[in-house]
Design a protein around this ligand. Structure first.
Ligand code: FAD
Length: 391
């Protein structure tokens, strides 16, 4: 491990927090509620973040990005969520490009990264999950078969978020059947698919009507032809490339949950102090106070774990355990804070204008996607604690 693993405590990156919060002020609850009614995409919000350079935070300066550390990117997403906004429509623009950055050829990086950094090219769709294989990624069935200078893709993805608002999609498909690959983690490949070229030509994208306004879709591939140059890195090693990117994703999603948790506790505390029932503020009752206080403590603990994960990540050290634990702890802390806020607001938590129910629905996702709690626990049990593998 590098000697340079350091972790900042307190409100780090105050200038980023302030700048992001200022943008978020322009997008209050009513903006998000209207989008839910219309099942719309927060185009203006995403544009404002893009123009301020926040979505290109992790892209190196040589490709036109801000070249900021992982912790700065985490602070951006935490602030968005703590402000009551949602980064779900655009967070992937920040990290999906990691596969391209780490494993793409120089030509691919020069071709795509500057456009992704400026926001001109949207790479925010990530096609991994399939209806039949679910979490068992190596059993996925989408096939890509080489045919001269092209690959022919057949199969289906589900929960491919933002595919209708993305120019490019990172796609994981099987290029060598499991029985020939030798190992189920081999024979999978990653492709950078230009959706503008294939939509309606073997690629059909259908929205999914979901519990939250996440612009998620299912994507069908029927003899979709893509150039062989879409392959990222080496054929057959795609599963490892996806795994490589997961720690960044875990840290960033954890920071969104920490932001959600802070939003819920702030709103709950304000309301608990204001709302008077039985002649006193409800926050004077420990039955109201304690769940909020407990959630606050859990959020602070999750934040520490996430800062440790980001510091290790930045130093190039292994952070799989910390990133997974941070994501699990943060998603649970945010949920507990959401539950405390629901209970504190009582009947009014059901009134949409308070935004508590919207955030409560949104924050629940983090215990399921991009990875579910059970899968994290099995990672800790097997890989961190050395217990027998269960699947
Ligand atoms: C709104 C939304 C957006 C999403 N966006 C994307 C996206 O952009 N790209 C993408 O590829 N995917 C996306 N996903 C998919 C998401 O990553 C998966 O839903 C998630 O990983 C769980 O997979 P599954 O739904 O197939 O659950 P399953 O694999 O069917 O599992 C169901 C439950 O069983 C548990 N389980 C399964 N096996 C075991 C076991 N061996 N031991 C213990 N418990 C087990 C799981 O933990 C889970 O709780 C999204 C999902 C949602 C809901």
């Amino acid at each position: 491990m590098s000697d340079a693993v350091t972790m900042t405590l307190g409100e780090d990156y105050p200038e980023i927090r302030e700048a992001v919060a200022r943008i978020c002020e322009g997008y209050p609850g009513e903006y998000w509620r209207k989008l839910e009614d219309e099942r719309g995409y927060p185009t203006e919000f995403v544009r404002a973040l893009t123009e301020a350079g926040f979505l290109g935070a992790l892209i190196p300066e040589e490709y036109g990005g801000a070249g900021l550390p992982m912790r700065a990117a985490a602070v951006i997403l935490e602030t968005i969520h703590a402000s009551g906004c949602s980064a779900g429509a655009c967070h992937a623009q920040m990290y999906i490009m990691g596969a391209l950055l780490r494993h793409g050829s120089d030509e691919q990086k020069r071709r795509y990264l500057p456009g992704i950094a400026s926001g001109e090219l949207r790479l925010q769709a990530f096609g991994v999950t399939e209806p039949t294989s679910g979490t068992d990624t190596t059993s996925l069935r989408t096939r890509a078969v080489r045919d001269g200078d092209e690959y022919v893709v057949n199969g289906q993805k589900v929960w491919t978020s933002r595919a209708l608002h993305s120019d490019l999609m990172l796609l994981l498909a099987r290029t060598t059947p499991v029985e020939q690959a030798g190992k189920k983690t081999l024979g999978l490949s990653v492709f950078l698919v230009d959706l503008r070229e294939v939509r309606g030509k073997g690629c059909d994208i259908q929205p999914i009507d979901a519990m939250i306004n996440h612009n998620t879709t299912q994507v069908f591939f029927d003899d979709m032809r893509i150039p062989a140059s879409s392959l990222i890195g080496e054929e057959g090693r795609g599963f490892y490339y996806i795994l490589d990117g997961m720690n960044a994703e875990r840290i960033l999603i954890a920071s969104e949950s920490i932001g959600d948790g802070r939003y819920f506790t702030r709103r709950a505390v304000e309301y608990a102090k204001e709302r008077v029932v039985f002649g006193r503020p409800i926050g004077q009752n420990q039955g109201i106070q304690f769940p909020i206080a407990r959630a606050h403590a859990e959020i602070e603990a999750a934040d520490l774990m996430n800062r440790k994960a980001a510091a290790l990540f930045q130093a190039g050290a292994d952070c799989g355990a910390e990133a997974n634990m941070a994501k699990m702890l943060a998603s649970e802390a945010a949920w507990h804070a959401g539950e405390a806020a629901m209970q504190t607001f009582g009947g009014f938590s059901y009134a949409r204008e308070y935004d508590i129910e919207r955030k409560w629905r949104e924050t629940r996702l983090m215990q399921i996607a991009p990875i579910s709690t059970n899968l994290i626990l099995s990672y800790i049990g097997q890989h961190v604690l050395g217990m027998p593998r269960s699947f």
